[in-house]
Design a binder for this molecule. Structure first.
Ligand SMILES: Nc1ncnc2c1ncn2[C@@H]1O[C@H](COP(=O)(O)OP(=O)(O)OP(=O)(O)O)[C@@H](O)[C@H]1O
Ligand SMILES: [Mg+2]
Length: 504
């Protein structure tokens, strides 16, 4: 093997390419993530030490053959792994929080409100016997209810009970009588009111103080709900809700009671309605989103069942569902594999359009490099549960460095080449027994002795480009990427040049 490689000539890509994504902080950082599944045959090592960053407004494509761990990686981020799965190591940092460590309830909130997912097969992610409109609104209503529950935990039920306090209602009633100049308000009643009012003031002020302290305490508790979601919208709401309540309480003791009580109730209602989504409002929002994802005649479509939609339209519905919570991150796991080419192009265009309009970050999973070229800002190439190459779309297409990336590039059609497509020889490894060293070595023409013994480190080719192959070691014999790949790159550059010059 080692002899062969010497005969291949020089590695002809530059060592330093690309720019650092400057001034950007990642939205999501995955570090050293390993996930395995317990099966009767043993442990399946599905993901083995994966690390990547996702930046605001970018599309990161994860590309690799079937079984390379793409879906398991995205399901881990979404927190929807099968019960037999185990996260062996690593962290997934989202807004300063490690998603692998937070509670189920907290995860629900992030999944429902911050990270959305679109799966490969729209039919399996839709309920066949529920009208699509209901499937969209249901998600909004469930998320609203969850957020409301957290609000209740924070604000404390006693404060909410306050609005139903019969004593307050009776004070309000008699004050109303008094204000309306009704003669039947006796002197005693007036005095009684005043005393009750004073008593209420004494009761409520410490209550408010207590709530303030409790919130501050919760904030100190590290990962506890209050602090953990401080930055997230529902807590902003909670804060706002609390200050609205405070304001209402304050005015309670300044102006007339009825007015203040009315203010308090109104503030509370306003707040709760922000959290809770009514059916009517959910429908209105669903129709807007249906239009946004390109479903014409949304009002009629709202009341139809999934089977009445074409594949492409169904996938639009699934995307609409993912968008209901207004996510920051959209994970698309092979969203177009089940669709024909024209429809596929439309869905890709839709995702790109939504990404721009909503400034979302997208993780796009595919095994199709053609799709990658159309979608990606950056690319992670996965093989046997690991990222073997990681770079900008230009790095991967014009300066590929890993033999597996070369193999992938050799297998995509090229309009200007008469060369035969090269299928990747052999089969993906069995992850019950992950190969030692470089997992791709068994199928690679470029494998050296060391590839079968030791795992290659990630070599840095530039500030944006990394690859894990021993070929990049300074002790390695020089290797040139396959001719078919070089030809493709040349053709592609030529086409680009012609396009620039208006020849195409
Ligand atoms: N529930 C499970 N139990 C056992 N093994 C699993 C389970 N889910 C996935 N795996 C294994 O984990 C590995 C990675 O699977 P994953 O679904 O992530 O692949 P993928 O890259 O998404 O492939 P595809 O392109 O076919 O969707 C595979 O070896 C698969 O067999
Ligand atoms: Mg998959």
């Amino acid at each position: 093997m080692e002899k062969d490689i010497k005969a291949l000539g020089t590695i002809d890509y530059p060592k330093e390419v690309g720019e650092v994504p400057s001034g950007k902080a990642p939205v999501l950082s995955v570090r050293n993530l390993s996930v395995s599944f317990k099966t009767d045959e043993g442990m399946v090592r599905a993901v083995r030490g994966v690390s990547f960053d996702l930046y605001k407004g970018e599309t990161l494509c994860i590309v690799g053959e079937s079984g390379s761990g793409k879906s398991v990686t995205s399901k881990t981020i979404m927190g929807i792994l099968a019960p037999s799965a185990h996260i062996d190591s690593g962290s997934i940092i989202y807004e300063g929080e490690d998603l692998t460590k937070i509670s189920e309830e907290e995860f629900h909130l992030i999944r429902g409100t911050k990270i959305g997912m679109v799966f490969q097969d729209p039919l399996s992610s839709l309920n066949p016997i529920m009208k699509v409109g209901k499937q969209i609104t249901e998600v909004m209503i469930i998320n609203g209810d969850r957020v409301k529950k957290i609000y209740k935990d924070i604000i404390n039920d006693s404060l909410i009970a306050y609005k139903n306090d019969q004593r307050l209602i009776s004070i309000a009633k008699s004050e109303m009588k008094y204000k309306n100049g009704r003669k039947n308000v006796t002197k005693e009643e007036k005095a009684e009111n005043k005393a009750a009012f004073q008593k209420e003031k004494e009761r409520v002020l410490p209550l408010l103080e207590e709530h303030r302290k409790k919130l501050a305490e919760k904030k100190k508790e590290g990962r506890k709900a209050a602090r953990a979601y401080k930055k997230k919208c529902f807590l902003e709401y909670a804060d706002e809700g609390l200050s609205l309540l405070k304001k209402a309480f304050a005015s309670l003791f300044v102006g007339g009671f009825t007015e203040a009580y009315g203010n308090f109730i109104a503030a509370h209602r306003r707040y709760v309605s922000k959290l809770r989504v009514s059916r009517k409002e959910a429908k209105k929002r669903a129709l807007t989103i249906m239009k946004e994802v390109g479903i014409r005649d949304a009002e009629r479509r709202f009341n139809q069942y999934p089977f009445e939609f074409s594949g492409g339209m169904r996938q639009r519905i699934v995307i609409a569902i993912a968008l209901t919570a207004d996510p920051d991150v959209l994970i698309c796991d092979e969203p177009t594999t089940a669709l024909d080419v024209t429809i596929q192009a439309q869905i890709l265009e839709l995702i790109n359009r939504l990404k721009k309009a909503r400034n979302m970050s997208v993780i796009f999973i595919t095994h199709d490099l053609g799709v990658v070229a159309n979608m990606a800002d950056r690319v992670a190439v996965m093989y046997a549960g690991k990222i073997v190459e990681y770079g900008t779309v230009e790095d991967i297409f014009f300066r590929p460095a890993h033999p597996y990336t070369w193999a992938l590039l050799s297998s995509i059609p090229d309009v200007d080449s008469k060369e035969r497509l090269e299928a990747i020889p052999g089969t993906p490894p069995n992850m019950l027994f992950p190969p030692k060293g470089d997992a791709f070595a068994l199928r690679s023409r470029y494998a050296m002795g060391i590839d079968f013994k030791e795992e290659p480190p990630m070599y840095k080719l530039s500030s944006t480009h990394y690859a894990a192959t021993w070929l990049l070691d300074e002790r390695a014999p020089v290797a040139k990427r396959p001719k078919i790949v070089s030809t493709r790159i040349e053709n592609s550059l030529k086409r680009e040049e012609e396009r620039k010059n208006g020849l195409r």
